[in-house]
Design a protein around this ligand. Structure first.
Ligand code: TXA
Ligand code: MG
Length: 314
C-alpha cells in the first residue's frame, strides 16, 4: 500500500488505479472512503473482498454534482431537491429509487444511496476520474471507521493506494435518510443533525417509528455489531468508580476526567470528531476492555450514542 499526497501526481496515480478496476482510499469530510468505479462489477467486488463486507450490504455512491446524482435515480422527489440544495456537498446520504439500467452497484436493490462529499480531494478525484465512486468507509467490516490515512493503512493494508487529506473534519459518517416512501425517514444518524434536517424537510420519521406493516425499509448495514475496536466495549454511567487494571482502558468526556483515560470534549460534535481516533489509540494500547462513559440521552448525541451502542454489541 502507498499513501500519496493529493497533488497532480497523486491524482494521476489514483485515477489510473480506478480506471484499472481497482480501489483507492480517499478522504471525505466524514471518514475515509474505499472508492471504486460504481459501474464496474469487478471494482465493486474488490471493495467487498477487501473489507470482508457481507454481499447483502449495499454501498453509497459518491458523485460530483446533482446532475450526476439524478442520473442514478428512477425518480427525484421534491424533498431530494430541497435537501440536495441545502446540504450538498455535505454529510447527508439520500436513498432514492434506483435507475433501472443500474445493476452491479453492490448488493442487488431497487434503491440507491447517493451523496456529494464536501471535501476538496474527494471532489477532485470524482472530477479527474469522471467516475461515480462507490465508497464505504475504508475499514474491515465491523471495525472502526478511519479518520486518517494511517487508520486506513492499519485496517486495510492490501489497499493499493490512499490519498492523504489529513484528519477528517467530522470524524463520523454521513446521516442517511430514505426518500423512497412518503416523507423523510432516518436510516442512520450521522454528522448532519436532525435539527438541521427538520429545518429543511419538516418532520423526520425515526427508526422504529411509523407504520408497523413490515413495508418499512431498514438500512441493511445498521442491524448489527459495527464500529467496534478489538477490545470489548462496555458502556457505563460512571467511569470513576470502576475497578481497573492495565487491561482496562477508559473513554470519557470533560468534567469526569479519570487518570490515564482518553478524555474527549463534552460537545457532541467535537466528541464525534475525536471518537474513532480515540478508539484506535485504545486498541493500540492493547487493552482488553474499554469502559465508555455513556453520553447524555439527548438528540444532539444521537449519532455518537448509536455508534457506541453498536461498538458495544457482541
Ligand atoms: O460518511 C459516509 O457515509 C462514509 C463516507 C465514505 O462517505 N461512507 C459510509 O459508508 O459510511 P458505509 O458503507 O460504511 O455505510 C453506508 C450505509 C450502510 O449502513 C448501508 O447499509 C447504507 O448506508 N446503505 C447503502 N445503500 C443503501 C440503500 N440502497 N438503502 C438503504 N441503506 C443503504
Ligand atoms: Mg462503515
Amino acid at each position: 500500500m502507498t499513501i500519496v499526497r493529493p497533488d497532480a501526481d497523486g491524482f494521476r496515480r489514483a485515477v489510473e488505479v480506478l480506471r484499472a478496476d481497482s480501489v483507492v482510499a480517499f478522504p471525505t469530510e466524514t471518514v475515509y472512503g474505499l472508492g471504486a468505479n460504481a459501474f464496474s462489477e469487478k471494482a465493486v467486488g474488490e471493495i467487498y473482498r477487501l473489507k470482508n463486507r457481507p454481499s447483502w450490504n449495499p454501498l453509497i455512491v459518491h458523485v460530483a454534482n446533482v446532475e450526476a446524482a439524478r442520473e442514478l435515480t428512477e425518480s427525484w422527489p421534491d424533498e431530494a431537491n430541497e435537501l440536495a440544495a441545502q446540504f450538498w456537498p455535505g454529510p447527508l446520504t439520500l436513498v432514492l429509487p434506483r435507475a433501472r439500467h443500474l445493476d452491479g452497484v453492490g448488493a442487488s436493490n431497487d434503491t440507491i444511496a447517493i451523496r456529494i462529499p464536501a471535501h476538496e480531494v474527494a471532489l477532485r478525484l470524482l472530477e479527474a476520474s469522471g467516475l461515480a465512486l462507490a465508497a464505504p468507509s475504508a475499514n474491515r467490516s465491523e471495525g472502526i471507521s478511519p479518520t486518517t490515512a494511517e487508520h486506513v493503512l492499519r485496517s486495510l493494508p492490501d489497499v493499493p493506494l490512499v490519498l492523504d487529506g489529513g484528519p477528517a473534519s467530522w470524524g463520523i459518517e454521513s446521516t442517511v435518510v430514505d426518500l423512497t416512501g412518503s416523507g423523510v425517514r432516518l436510516l442512520r444518524p450521522g454528522a448532519l443533525s436532525l435539527r438541521a434536517l427538520r429545518d429543511v424537510a419538516g418532520p423526520i420519521t425515526l427508526p422504529g417509528e411509523g407504520p408497523a406493516d413490515g413495508a418499512v425499509r431498514a438500512s441493511p448495514g445498521m442491524s448489527r455489531r459495527h464500529y467496534a475496536p478489538r477490545a470489548t466495549v462496555v458502556l457505563v454511567e460512571d467511569v470513576r468508580d470502576a475497578d481497573r487494571d492495565d487491561s482496562v482502558g477508559v473513554l470519557t468526556y470533560e468534567t469526569a476526567a479519570v487518570e490515564g483515560a482518553e478524555v474527549l470534549s463534552a460537545d457532541p460534535r467535537e466528541y464525534a470528531a475525536d471518537l474513532y481516533a480515540a478508539l484506535h489509540r485504545l486498541d493500540d494500547a492493547g487493552v482488553a476492555t474499554i469502559l465508555v462513559r455513556e453520553p447524555p440521552p439527548t438528540e444532539d448525541w444521537l449519532a455518537v450514542r448509536d455508534r457506541l451502542a453498536r461498538a458495544a454489541t457482541k
